[in-house]
Design a protein around this ligand. Sequence first.
Ligand SMILES: [Zn+2]
Length: 277
Amino acid sequence: MSLEILEKTDHNLKFIVEGISIEMANAIRRIIISEMPVMAVDEVIILKNDSPLYDEIIAHRLSMIPLTTDLNVYKLPRDCECGGYGCPLCQVSLTCEVTNTSNHPMEIYSGDLNSNDPQIIPVNPNIPLVKIDKNDKVIIEAYAVLGLAKDHVKYQAISNILYRFYPQIDFDNSKCTKCPDKCIVSRMCPEKLYDFSNKKSPILIEDYWKTCTLCNSCENDCPEKAIKVGWKEKTYIFSIESDGVLPFDVIIKKTFEVFLEKIDEFIEKLEEVEIES
Ligand SMILES: [Zn+2]
């Protein structure tokens, strides 16, 4: 198995994986979507709420705020020695006390939450929470824990993940000399992957695989049947979009940890089963 990073920013990761089966590629996708432990608010105590929003709406909005997560310190409540009751190893408290002393309405943002752990804070401080009028007050105590997205979507580590086959196009432009149509393919390809600027013979651009969606329109449209669209065996291009709760290297490392745990669990369960011969 080999992995090549194509693009990496704080919120986007694109890489090529070679040498794995489609089942394995899908297992990676599914683990990243639903089995990655992530911090989110799970319990809210509203001590004062003068805002026009109901307590329940504020609690819901708090739970959907992406929080930076530290997997080296925190454990899932069910795996914690406290038995999930709530202790410094499985719970973070976030408090918010705001009084509007100005003469106009004011907005409370995610950045107004004070965390007892500086590593666990809202990813973005500018997420609006609620608006309050002059002299109004809001006092909130919220508790964040680690959780999995298969239990609730607020624990999702990524916003989007997809993989696609690595496109491989065989293009024989020697067949283009007899073509009466002035390269319909270069006009029809939705990704504009064929360069016909020389007006004689179309050229398939070098990095076509980066944007080709395997729509097959070139193969279907070419009157000379000069194009064959296929894909590279056991090679996939992954794209991941994250809101920044976990760095990508932690996500990838944790994915394989979870994968190996699942294999061990499967073997254990298999050994328990008595198979009649
Ligand atoms: Zn605990």
